[in-house]
Structures are given as C-alpha cells and as structure tokens.
Design a protein around this ligand. Structure first.
Ligand SMILES: Nc1ncnc2c1ncn2[C@@H]1O[C@H](COP(=O)(O)OP(=O)(O)OP(=O)(O)O)[C@@H](O)[C@H]1O
Ligand SMILES: *[C@@H]1O[C@H](CO)[C@@H](O)[C@H](O)[C@H]1NC(C)=O
Ligand SMILES: *[C@@H]1O[C@H](CO)[C@@H](O)[C@H](O)[C@H]1NC(C)=O
Length: 353
C-alpha cells in the first residue's frame, strides 16, 4: 500500500503539468473559436439589411427610414401634391430619373420618356409591385396615368459607379476582397430570387453587356445590391414549355449566352420568327463576368477567383442544361466565402498564439 501511494504521489505532479497545459490549450482553442465565431458573425451580421425585411409592411404599403408605421403607396394626387423634383440623376432608354423630395426624405421619381415604351414601363411597375422584398428597390408610390414611379433614393447610384465609389476616401476601407465577394453573393442571391420568384422563373433580359447589367442594380449605402430596373423580365414556364427571347433583335458578342446567338449562320439573314427561344440559364452564363467585375483587383481577389474557377467553368457550359442553377452557384459561393474567411483568419490566430 505504502509503495503504491508513494508511486501515486510521485506520479501526480508529473501528470499535473501536462493537465494544466491541456486545459490551457483547451481554453485557448475555445477562445479562438469564440473569436472566429464573433468575426464570422460580424461578417454575416453586416449584411444588416438582409435581416430586416422591408416587406414587413403588407402589400401596398411601405416604410421609410426610422419611421415605425407603414404608409400606403402614394397615389397620383399625393405624388403631384407632396413630391418636389430636385434634379435629374439618371436617364435610360425607358425612364428619366429625378432625385426628389417627399416629406424631408430623398426619393426618386422616374418618368417614362419614350411613349413607345409604355408597355415596358408598365411591365416594370407591375414587377416592382409584385416583387417587393429585400432584393428589390423599395416602391413608395406610382401614377399609371402619368407614367411615374416613386422609389427610395440610393445616393451611391447604380453598380456602374462601383469602381469610383470604392476609390472615394470615405469608402476606401470597404475595397477589400471580402466586401467585394459579398457583393458577388448579393448579385447571385438576386438572380436566384428572380429565378424562383413568387411569379415563377423570371429572366433578367436587360443584360446584353456588362455595363447594361450593372446599370440595372443599385448600390445601397450599407453596401448591398438591389435590383432596380425590372422592365425586361419575361417568364419561363418549363412545365408549360414556355421559353423566352430577350428582345427581337439579333444579339452578338461573348457576353450573351451562345443560345442567344443566331444559330443559322451568316448566309441566312436574321429573322426573329426563326430565332429559337431559351431559358433562365442565360443569366447563369453571365455570372462569371459579373463576379469578376465585383472581385476587381485587390489583395485576395485572385485567390477568390481561383476558388471560383470550377463553378464558373460550369456556368460557361455551352449546353444550358449542363449549367448549374442559381441556387447551386449561390451555395458554392457561400462555401467558398466561409473557406476563405477561415483561411484569412488563420495568420491572425497564429500571431495570437
Ligand atoms: N432609386 C435610385 N437611386 C439612385 N439612382 C437611381 C435610382 N433609380 C435609378 N437611378 C439611376 O438612374 C439610372 C436609370 O434608371 P433605370 O434603369 O430605372 O432607367 P431605364 O430607362 O429603365 O434604363 P434602361 O435603359 O436600362 O431600361 C440608373 O442606372 C441609376 O443610375
Ligand atoms: C473597374 O476597374 C477595373 C480595374 O480595377 C477595370 O478592369 C474595369 O473595366 C472597371 N470597370 C468599370 C465599369 O469602370
Ligand atoms: C406554368 O404552366 C402550368 C401549366 O400550364 C400552369 O399550371 C402553371 O400555373 C404555370 N406556372 C406559372 C408560374 O405561370
């Protein structure tokens, strides 16, 4: 017995040291885990807007700024009486866009410019009403008789200005690969939203080149993306065999999907009646170019590009049916982001040890 207790006594101090080390190590690991969790949380939490759903207001109502109550969409009378035009901030083929003022709020009044495009304008308005959500610019009112739409104002404007915005002193700190990657995720989320919308599968047709794509989306002040221009969103219904065509003219160039090109060779002149229709996979074909624009050329962009290589190659499959769905692209983007954040967090954790 004595021998045994002696043995135990002798052994316990030897064991204590590793035990203390083990506990220390455990605490460190837990602490780092906690830090990583907080970091990731902060990262995803910064998507702020995504969590606060503006569609908390019932259909036909909106909420603006810190106001608690939902107001009904402004009518023709209210728009004419209460909205004051300040200056023109944009002009497209369909609309002229005016920064305006409504009850101390900055708002945007869009007016039809070309009477021939009435139908596009009204289609856009119908879509804006039906698709109100965290992905779509907020509708504040409209007047069909006067062809005007009232929406929330976003001072950073369309995505076309992203380069300039990210070089402004105020936003320079946001010019990082992960902020840029988040924008790509926002963009694919919107494509996914349109492809599985409450109205069915909608194709973003106003997208024949990168510049055109970028001009359809707005950058919010908290660095998220909203789709703004819904004038050209035809519906695909696969079970009913309904496909779409983006316009009635011949499309050329590498930016549009191969199935959007005239398939009958140069000898046969283009004829819209002979042009085969296609589906929403044209949007998938365009994702790599748009994402590449978002990723830009900052530290970490190329590593992100490398990780997206396979999914982007799949988006560029010639056969539309072989391309992934927007959901699959989105899932992959999210996985890659998590992976990259973990990798980026590693050097930091090593330093702390
Ligand atoms: N809510 C807004 N806040 C800030 N800028 C806006 C807003 N709405 C529109 N703009 C600016 O006005 C431009 C034109 O708007 P919009 O795309 O609605 O017009 P359009 O005539 O339908 O264009 P398109 O020629 O693409 O059909 C946008 O690209 C953007 O720069
Ligand atoms: C934005 O900047 C990148 C280089 O950083 C350039 O390749 C791209 O063409 C620019 N895009 C626009 C729309 O200005
Ligand atoms: C698609 O077509 C089917 C069959 O015609 C129809 O029942 C269904 O409602 C359509 N879906 C949409 C979203 O229009």
């Amino acid at each position: 017995m004595e021998k045994k207790s002696h043995f135990i006594k002798r052994e316990s101090p030897q064991r204590e040291v590793p035990a203390v080390l083990l506990v220390l190590l455990l605490v460190t690991v837990l602490l780092l885990n906690g830090l990583l969790y907080l970091y990731l949380n902060n990262f995803y939490g910064s998507s702020g807007r995504a969590d606060t759903d503006p569609s908390l207001c019932p259909f036909g109502y909106f909420k603006l700024g810190p106001v608690k109550n939902c107001s009904p969409w402004l009518s023709c009378e209210a728009i004419n009486k209460e909205v004051r035009k300040l200056k023109c901030v944009g002009e497209g083929a369909v609309k002229k866009v005016f920064l305006s003022e409504w009850k101390e709020n900055k708002v945007v009044l869009s007016q039809l410019t070309n009477p021939e495009l009435q139908e596009d304008f009204l289609h856009g308005l119908k879509m804006l009403k039906a698709l109100q959500s965290k992905h779509v610019v907020r509708l504040l009112g409209y007047c069909e008789q006067q062809f005007t739409i009232l929406t929330e104002y976003h001072p950073l404007g369309s995505l076309r200005g992203l380069n300039e915005t990210l070089h402004m002193p105020k936003y320079r700190d946001l010019n990082t690969w992960h902020r840029r990657f988040m924008l790509a995720i926002d963009y694919v989320s919107i494509i996914h939203f349109l492809h599985s919308s409450p109205l069915g599968t909608l194709v973003m047709c106003d997208s024949n080149d990168l510049d055109k794509v970028l001009s359809q989306y707005l950058l919010t002040s908290d660095f998220h993306i909203l789709v703004n221009d819904l004038d050209a969103l035809p519906l695909v219904n696969r079970s009913a065999g309904i496909l779409v065509k983006c316009g009635h003219r011949e499309l050329q160039g590498e930016f549009v999907a191969p199935e959007q090109h005239w398939p009958h060779g140069e000898e046969v002149p283009f004829d819209d009646d002979l042009m085969p229709p296609y589906d929403e996979k044209t949007d998938i074909w365009k994702i790599p170019e748009v994402s590449n624009f978002f990723l830009g050329h900052v530290e970490g962009s190329d590593i992100a590009r490398l990780h997206l290589f396979d999914i982007h190659a799949a988006c560029k499959k010639k056969d539309p049916a072989e391309r992934p769905s927007a959901q699959e692209v989105l899932d992959t983007y999210r996985k890659v982001l998590t992976l990259l954040i973990r990798e980026a967090a590693m050097p930091g954790t090593r330093e702390m040890l």
